[in-house]
Design a protein around this ligand. Structure first.
Ligand code: ATP
Ligand code: MG
Length: 285
């Protein structure tokens, strides 16, 4: 039987989340430091540990069948691969930043400036789409120090909290791209590999959903059930069970993590008591 070759980042910001995702999908990886390839014991997959920059080319050439990496690198490398699923981690953006003391006058500010970046492809696309003529200084890392040492007037780099920019006396002025981790796939997978891939994607979706949702249990007087049901949309409708105490019931449902606190406030106002919120291990629809 064939095995799906999955490329993940060897070490860096994506590696821990990528390994955890595979683990949560029931794919156990056993590897020691320095190992470049390992086989999953309980799923037809081999894992390759690579630099993230190399993953798009390896997937295009089918050295790996699929890979996990940031969208920024996928678009930067511009290889002929499919984006199969967004993964919701490694959220960041690619932005232009200039020294804090400089007044920003709009995109034209960058005309005739030198911009340091390790994303020359995305930057030059942005510059030509906006008719800006600037010089790109290509660096492979530590881009944020370039203005301070006189190598560039501005930078185009990955930002998440903005604290690295701040430490280096820079201000973020334009966002070029929002990015998160994604799975990319080779375009010519045969049927056998596609079958393994669809099994994996099914599991990934279940894991993603479970991370985005919580299971909620609460007690409420029967008179409040209708109002509470309208606050708790759930997957279908909430489960309502009678309690031993007359006139009371217990409601069970699923709430989204992102508006979870808002819902809790509404539920309490509607008369809910004894609210329990439980993480969901897997969520299969
Ligand atoms: P490699 O050695 O594999 O080439 P790298 O140094 O190029 O690694 P990392 O810094 O590990 O890359 O970042 C990997 C990806 O994580 C980036 O391409 C981006 O998508 C995302 N990322 C980078 N910085 C942040 C951040 N501060 N917060 C969230 N995500 C980030
Ligand atoms: Mg890299």
């Amino acid at each position: 039987m064939k095995r799906l070759r999955i490329a993940i980042q060897k070490s860096g910001r994506l590696s821990e989340n990528s390994r955890n995702l595979l683990k949560e999908c029931g794919i156990k990886l056993t590897n020691g430091a320095g190992v470049l390839k390992t086989s999953a014991g309980n799923f037809p997959a081999d894992i390759l540990f690579l630099r993230d920059d190399d993953i798009p080319r390896y997937v295009e050439q089918q050295v790996a069948d699929i890979g996990i990496l940031g969208e920024n690198v996928v678009y930067e490398k511009n290889m002929d691969v499919d984006i199969l699923e967004k993964l919701g981690f490694a959220n960041c953006r690619l932005s232009l930043a200039i020294p804090r003391e400089v007044e920003f006058t709009g995109p034209d500010y960058f005309n005739n400036k030198r911009i340091a970046t390790s994303h020359p492809g995305l930057l030059s696309e942005y510059l030509s789409a906006n008719n800006i003529s600037a010089r790109i200084e290509k660096l492979s890392g530590s881009v944020e120090i370039a203005p301070g040492i006189g190598l560039a007037d501005a930078i185009c780099d990955i930002v998440s909290s903005g604290s690295t920019l701040d430490t280096n006396g820079l201000q973020e002025v334009i966002t070029i791209l929002n990015s998160q981790a994604v799975i990319i796939g080779n375009k010519n997978l045969d049927d056998e590999k596609r079958a393994i891939l669809s099994k994996l994607l099914f599991r990934i979706k279940a894991v993603k959903r479970s991370n985005e949702n919580k299971y909620i249990l609460l007690n409420a007087p029967k008179s409040a059930v209708d109002q509470i049901c309208s606050i708790l949309p759930g997957i279908k409708s909430p489960t309502v069970l009678p309690l031993a105490e007359k006139g009371w019931c217990s409601l069970h449902s699923v709430v989204r993590e992102d508006d979870f606190w808002e819902r809790i406030d509404l539920l309490r106002k509607a008369g809910a008591e004894g609210i329990l919120v439980i993480p969901i291990e897997k969520m299969i629809l």
